[in-house]
Design a protein around this ligand. Structure first.
Ligand code: GLA
Length: 370
């Protein structure tokens, strides 16, 4: 990558893959930031920075074995410090929106900073995506892992409780997948919704739009929203609507229809309720995306109850890596999560985290090509 200093470069040879650490520069506040590159023997390479516990590059082979970087982002730390799109970041303490920047817990009303019209989005003004995380490399027989930890103080961005968050990224030696394990504990009742906000373009970032990518979402229902993108509380069947992706459908096929939900979202920007036969919270395939041109396929597996499929509607042509413009719909996100605004919807799966309970969730981005 251009603009990187190799001064503090360090390589460690794991059992089957490698982790390389290099400087990603200093924040405007003077904090040293690192970039870690994990690679395996199957041609996959992922780089992650401890600024926002952010996935910076994600290189995977196409059907001819040629690797391309499939995620949007920036070449330098500066881009991530200034950016407003959450490229690749770990989002918290509460991913997606909380209506009116308010929720009640144990009889007390908490007021959060509003950073998205009347609402709070992705944890507030300075979310986890803008925090400096502590990183630790872990090598095992199974592959290479990078652990990121962050302590969010009681009252940070209005949320109660000291929250200790841990995100472990693993690149298995023998499979092209990025596994993300989230754990968290708190010392007071709080609400929590952690996700990763990678923007994928399976043809390679900066390579046109994703309207021809074919999407499958394993969900029979979604949570309709109002014009501020706040869920109405209803779980609506997708059948007969442009939200039905139970069979593989090109993202662009229905995206410009006059359906009210698509108008509110300026495209897809909704939470799908994952179909969990018999309930439970095991790891299941939530979504599959396929790029017919390159043959690259992404499967998203998760233990979470929902996935936000966002079709990059707010991208505006601002420049990213290699000075390439990222126009509207240059990428899609599949943000595995609890439902938006859950603290204000008792009928949604609960996002309450209590002291002495360890929160754990897992999401896997699995790649193949054919
Ligand atoms: C999520 C939201 C979108 C948008 C993006 C970031 O997907 O639902 O509305 O805020 O994050 O731009």
């Amino acid at each position: 990558m251009g603009g990187l200093s190799l001064a503090s470069s360090l390589s460690s040879q794991g059992m089957r893959g490698t982790i390389k650490k290099e400087s990603f520069g200093k924040t405007t506040g003077g904090e040293q930031i690192e970039l870690y590159s994990l690679s395996n023997k199957k041609g996959m390479e992922v780089s992650i920075t401890n600024f926002g516990a952010t996935v910076v590059t994600l290189k995977v082979p196409d059907r001819a074995g040629k690797a391309a970087d499939t995620v949007l982002g920036y070449d330098t730390l500066d881009g991530y410090e200034k950016g407003t799109s959450y490229f690749g970041a770990t989002v918290g303490r509460y991913g997606n929106r909380i209506a009116g920047g308010k929720f009640s817990l144990d009889g007390k009303t908490y007021t959060l900073p509003k950073n998205n019209g009347e609402n709070t989005l992705h944890g507030g003004i300075v979310g986890f995506n803008k925090k400096v995380w502590k990183a630790r490399e872990i090598a095992s027989k199974a592959g290479e892992s990078l652990e990121m930890t962050y302590l969010s103080a009681d009252g940070e961005e209005g949320f109660p409780g000291n929250l200790s968050a841990k995100v472990v990224f693993t690149l298995p030696a023998e499979r092209n997948e990025l596994k993300i394990d989230y754990t968290a504990t708190t010392d007071k009742d709080t609400v929590l919704n952690l996700t990763n906000h990678s923007y994928f373009n399976l043809a390679g970032e900066g390579n046109g739009d994703i309207l021809d990518h074919v999407m499958t979402l394993h969900a029979k229902q979604f949570t309709p929203v109002d014009k501020g993108l706040i869920p109405t509380g209803e779980l609506k069947n997708v059948g007969g609507t442009p939200m039905d992706f139970n069979s593989a459908t090109a993202i662009g096929k229905r995206i410009n229809e006059s359906d009210e939900q698509l108008v509110f979202g300026k495209g897809y920007d909704h939470n799908w309720v994952l179909t969990r036969a018999g309930g439970g919270s095991g790891l299941l395939v939530a979504a599959e995306a396929y790029d017919p041109k390159s043959g690259r396929k992404l499967e998203v597996l998760t233990t979470e109850p929902g996935v936000q499929f966002y079709s990059g509607n707010f991208l505006d042509g601002a420049k990213g890596k290699g000075n390439k413009p990222y126009p509207q719909r240059a990428a899609f996100c599949l943000e595995t999560q609890h439902f938006p605004d859950s603290p204000n919807h008792p009928n949604f799966p609960s996002t309450l985290l209590k002291p002495n309970v360890v929160f754990h969730s897992q999401t896997v981005f699995r790649f193949s090509a054919k």
